[in-house]
Design a protein around this ligand. Structure first.
Ligand code: NAD
Length: 420
């Protein structure tokens, strides 16, 4: 299929290109392909919100339901000044593949509101959150479409949204949204779920690559929720040595290994990981090219490109971040024998525990943290091996393999429902 040159980065065009490549590998039915290239349904809303100064401001919001062949749709809500409908469409598509890959009985969705939460008071944020739910409530529901937190939205915002939906429904509807505070039906184990899921796939990848994790060195780019827990769990659960970590201000290196918890405390106190005692300063660029066994990008997209991919020395790249590797870099890493655990497999622990939250809300019965961890491990391990098997079967890289597994399942569901 002709791929037109992109002038401005458009995530939805990227998502469509990835699907096109997968369709080629799978020899996908053209009718199925055509349906999967576009969102099933989308809602655009204008939200009048009373600001603290008494004025009314109109915010633009979206909710995109990409495909629900395998079940109700699921995906986060972003509050961001640069939100665009194409970003929301792309993220909704990726949620469809992620839920399918983890074999969750869910389709994919995403929502967004163009706003800058950093410039809004808590009261304004609450009114905006409630206005968004008033505008989309007929579109969502516990067995229809279940939102969750994403960029700049959090458990408090989920609590307001759940409350607004429950008021409209005339009864408590905790199951309408996930990522809630535990006291309002949130799940144990949600905090570190993304990194913990990634660590399960890393453990399996190390077996595949013949790496002894107890002797392995690790570099982590980004030290937020994904990066910190990634470093902490790689050390505490797998016995790895964390030799380098970074954040937006720069990186630190220690041949002897870092204590992730001590680094977290230092960052909490000083605002950054840099200047942590007894470490050498390194740049974010240098961190990616370090002589380590495992590299964990856990910050931004597009950091491993065709320029630095030839210099990556890690044997495994575990993508906790979304979209850290460009397609050109993917080819280079594959040729060089680097084992990439692709983002929508590696970071799927978050949505998996969100799904567990839904299940527990339906049950009205809650699991303890140990049970959540065990169930998460089983899901992640099974998904990793389904991708590895497809990669060997079709002789393709792990990202293409993840697409193949995910898209094949959605296509089969559509065929069985006689949509095509
Ligand atoms: P976060 O905001 O908690 O942390 C981001 C970290 O990246 C911070 O330490 C920040 O300083 C660092 N950073 C920013 N710019 C950087 C730069 N130029 N170089 C190096 N570091 C930089 O975010 P998070 O939730 O940890 O998310 C990180 C990545 O993981 C994102 O790609 C996100 O989409 C992905 N992810 C997160 C979750 C989750 O549950 N948190 C789930 C799926 C995917």
């Amino acid at each position: 299929m002709e791929v037109k040159q992109m002038t401005k980065f458009n995530p939805f065009e990227v998502a469509q290109r990835q699907l096109d490549e997968c369709a080629r590998i799978l020899n996908l039915d053209p009718d199925v392909h055509a349906i999967l290239r576009v969102p099933m349904r989308e809602l655009h809303v204008s939200l009048p919100v009373r600001m603290d100064d008494g004025s009314i401001k109109i915010f633009q919001g979206f909710r995109v339901q990409y495909n629900d062949a395998r079940g109700p749709t699921k995906g986060g809500i972003r509050f961001h000044p640069d939100e665009t409908i194409d970003t929301v469409r792309a993220l909704a598509a990726w949620m469809t593949w992620k839920c399918s890959l983890l074999d969750l009985p869910l389709g994919g969705a995403k929502g967004g509101v163009i706003c800058n939460p950093k410039e809004m008071s808590q009261a304004e944020l609450e009114r905006l959150s409630r206005a968004y739910i008033q505008a989309i409530h007929q579109f969502i529901g516990p067995d229809k479409d279940i939102p969750a937190p994403d960029v700049y939205t959090n458990p408090q915002i989920m609590a307001w949204m759940m409350d607004e939906y429950s008021k409209i429904a005339g009864k408590n509807q905790f199951g309408v949204i996930t990522g809630k505070p535990i006291i309002l039906g949130g799940s144990a184990g949600r905090g570190d779920a993304t990194a913990r899921g990634g660590i399960c796939t890393l453990r399996e990848a190390a077996k595949e690559c013949g790496i002894d994790l107890k002797k392995a060195t690790v570099a982590v780019q980004g030290y937020g929720n994904a990066g910190y827990y990634g470093a902490y769990l790689a050390k505490s659960l797998l016995g790895c040595k964390i030799v380098a970590v970074s954040d937006s201000k720069g990186g630190i290196f220690s041949k002897e290994g870092l204590d992730p918890e001590a680094v977290r405390k230092h960052k909490a106190k000083t605002g950054s990981v840099i200047n942590f005692p007894n470490t050498k300063a390194i740049s974010n660029g240098d961190l990616l090219e370090l002589e380590v066994d495992i590299l964990i990008p856990a910050a931004l997209e597009n950091v491993i490109t065709e320029k630095n991919a030839p210099n990556i020395k890690a044997k495994i790249v575990a993508e906790l971040a979304n979209g850290p590797t460009t397609p050109e870099a993917d080819d280079i890493l594959y040729k060089n024998g680097v084992h990439v655990i692709p983002d929508f497999l590696c970071n799927a622990g978050g949505v998996t525990v969100s799904y567990f939250e839904m299940v527990q809300n339906f049950y009205m019965y809650f699991w303890d943290e140990k049970e959540v961890h065990q169930r998460l491990d089983r899901k992640m391990t099974t998904a990793y091996h389904s991708v590895l098997d497809a990669s060997k079967k079709y002789n393709i890289n792990m990202r293409q393999a993840a697409y193949v597994v995910a898209v094949e399942r959605v296509a089969e569901a559509m065929k069985l429902r006689a949509w095509v």
